[in-house]
Write a new protein. Structure first.
Lengths: 115, 113
């Protein structure tokens, strides 16, 4: 158990819908990262938050957004879903935001299936 | 484009065989290097990491990796694999001033009993 909790574990939804994925970081970790793992794109970094503020942005679509709340949990919102958004979405957390503190601990992921 | 390359997509070995998984990156300058493992149905777990110092890094479960700066490589090795090492292995890099991991495409390792 990495200490990072993601809910739900599985999600099936229809095209055009909106979903919210939730992540609770390890106790004491201030940074949260979101990654998308798909068969064709591999593991892609989406976005990072540190102590409530956005710190880095990767290949995140405009239809996707995220936020980190005062209690440090994070939510990834995916809207206007398309079939190609079907993937495993991982959350990771680390203590800090600098390069040397970025030993990231991963959650078990949310498997999103868009039908 | 800057990237992380894992050339072996699927490796099949018998138990007790030696393992070497290749990882090359194309970033110049300072990099932090990692190997993660993903067992079936589980989350990514850190095997080992390199920030600086001794280029030969020892990790958990008998794995080690060698950073060769001149070759832009960080290959993962294990002298004798076990059936329980069956998993997907990901090389990852934090390049330059970035804060997030950039992953390779992964190598699926199957160890036959």
């Amino acid at each position: 158990d990495s200490g990072v909790t993601q809910t739900p574990k599985h999600l099936i939804t229809a095209t055009g819908q909106r979903v919210t994925l939730r992540c609770s970081p390890r106790s004491g970790d201030l940074s949260v990262y979101w990654y998308q793992q798909s068969l064709d794109q591999g593991l892609q970094f989406l976005i990072q938050y540190y102590n409530g503020e956005e710190r880095a942005k990767g290949n995140i679509l405009e239809r996707f957004s995220a936020q980190q709340f005062p209690d440090l949990h994070s939510e990834l919102n995916l809207s206007s879903l398309e079939l190609g958004d079907s993937a495993l979405y991982f959350c990771a957390s680390s203590v800090g935001s600098s390069r040397r503190s970025t030993e990231a601990f991963f959650g078990q992921g949310t498997r999103l299936t868009v039908v | 484009a800057q990237s992380v390359s894992q050339h072996n997509h699927h490796v099949i070995l018998s138990e007790a065989a030696s393992l070497e998984l290749g990882c090359n990156y194309s970033y110049g300058g300072t990099v932090n290097l990692f190997w993660y493992v993903q067992y079936p149905g589980q989350h990514l777990q850190l095997l080992l990491k390199y920030f600086s110092g001794d280029p030969l890094v020892k990790g958990i479960k008998g794995f080690e990796a060698e950073f060769i700066k001149s070759k832009f490589s960080f290959n993962l090795r294990k002298p004798s694999v076990q059936w329980s090492d069956t998993a997907e292995y990901f090389c990852a890099v934090i390049p330059g001033s970035a804060r997030q991991l950039t992953f390779g495409s992964g190598t699926q390792l199957t160890v036959l009993p």
